[in-house]
Design a binder for this molecule. Structure first.
Ligand code: AR6
Ligand code: MG
Length: 348
């Protein structure tokens, strides 16, 4: 298979499996023991896909919104904020009984609907939290299609990742988190198997210098967390989940969950994951490790899975995981659609 097609599929399917495998533990809010994940893996292996599509594992709002965004990018061949906002809302109203969305985003969708999708698509989100905007991780969980769409154009990636965030999450930390997560997927796409964690970390650090400039008086939550990641990964001895939770965080704030996802990938790329995760492939290690940290497991799982999938390619996504997950064939179709756009652009 073409290398880039494999990476595009890897991003979509890695994101999907991270979401679906992480979702059962979202309510736990504490560390997920590796034994629990291994047991789930065995149950998934025993699952027989059936024609009535009663999937074993269901995706959440994370995948739903990523797919809506990808579908719109494919149909329009551009980022159309009004259309994406409308499709986000429609997807929410169609699936509200099945999928749990964040606490504040439904109000955005209601306002968009009440305006008959005719007003400024950014204004309902900008008005949230007394004009502060949401700092939730929802801006990062669905952003990977932007990285694929903007591959080989980092400036455009930064612009569109920010715009895509602001449709629901206008707080600066959520916007910056979307840029950083999209950049991580981009750097994974351009990597090869010899790329080191230090190289990707260095590129992310440069992005942080732009989104959190040294001259700014604002706090620098992503820069600080990247520094802590570096300290973890250059330290000797094991890295405990407790320390990661306390120094990086796994909660719903974009600063925590997005940093945790990036760390899960870098830590596994460095082969510094907890010993009991063993010697599985990089993508499997990353998904297991990301979920095992606890907190917002589906969202950290999906973001880490999308980065690892873009790095490793689709061959690394275990087939038995895939066929147990709702919507894997749609994810693959969307990946192919985005890859066709990429090929078309590359020929120009
Ligand atoms: N001030 C105070 N609290 C805030 C603020 C703020 N500026 N911003 C967010 N919160 P939301 P998400 C709190 O609703 O990011 C789903 O399961 C507030 O309590 O924007 O889209 C997804 O899959 C708000 O309800 O959601 C993710 O896993 C909460 O943060 C997760 O939920 C979440 O922000 C977050 O999704
Ligand atoms: Mg979630």
């Amino acid at each position: 298979m073409d290398k880039m097609l494999s990476k595009f599929r890897g991003a979509f399917l890695g994101g999907l499996v991270g979401d679906c495998l992480g979702a059962p533990y979202e309510v736990y809010w504490r560390e997920v023991k590796l034994q629990t994940l291994i047991k789930m893996d065995e149950e998934i292996k025993a699952f027989q896909p059936n024609p009535d599509k009663s999937w074993m594992l269901h995706y959440t709002d994370d995948t739903e919104m990523a797919h809506v965004m990808a579908q719109s990018l494919i149909s329009e061949n551009k980022f159309s904020p009004r259309k994406i906002a409308k499709q986000f809302s429609k997807a929410y109203f169609n699936s509200v009984s099945e999928r749990f969305y964040g606490g504040s985003v439904p109000a955005v969708f209601h306002q968009l609907k009440e305006s008959n999708y005719s007003g400024d698509p950014y204004s309902p989100a900008a008005a949230q939290f007394a004009g502060q905007g949401s700092y939730g991780n929802g801006s990062g969980m669905r952003v990977f299609p932007i990285a694929l769409f903007c591959f080989q154009d980092m400036e455009k990636l930064k612009e569109l990742a920010a715009c895509s965030a602001r449709l629901t999450h206008s707080h600066q930390d959520a916007v910056n988190g979307a840029i950083l997560q999209a950049a991580a997927v981009y750097f994974a796409l351009e990597s090869n198997s010899a790329t080191t964690w230090q190289e990707i970390w260095g590129k992310l650090k440069n992005v942080c210098k732009e989104i959190e400039p040294e001259t700014s008086n604002r706090e620098k939550p992503y820069t600080d967390r990247l520094t802590r990641m570096y300290l973890f990964l250059t330290s000797t001895g094991s890295i405990s989940n407790n320390e990661v939770v306390s120094k990086i965080g796994v909660d719903i704030q974009a600063t925590e969950a997005i940093s945790a996802a990036i760390f899960a990938f870098l830590c596994c790329l460095a082969n510094r994951q907890p010993e009991e995760i063993g010697s599985r492939d990089l993508l499997q290690r990353t998904v297991f490790y990301a979920i095992s940290l606890g907190g917002d497991t589906d969202t950290i799982g999906t973001m880490a899975g999308a980065i690892a999938g873009a790095f490793c390619g689709v061959e690394s996504v275990p087939q038995h995981w895939l066929v147990a997950c709702e919507g894997w064939n749609k994810a693959e179709e969307l990946a192919d659609g985005m890859h066709r756009l990429f090929v078309k652009k590359s020929k120009k």
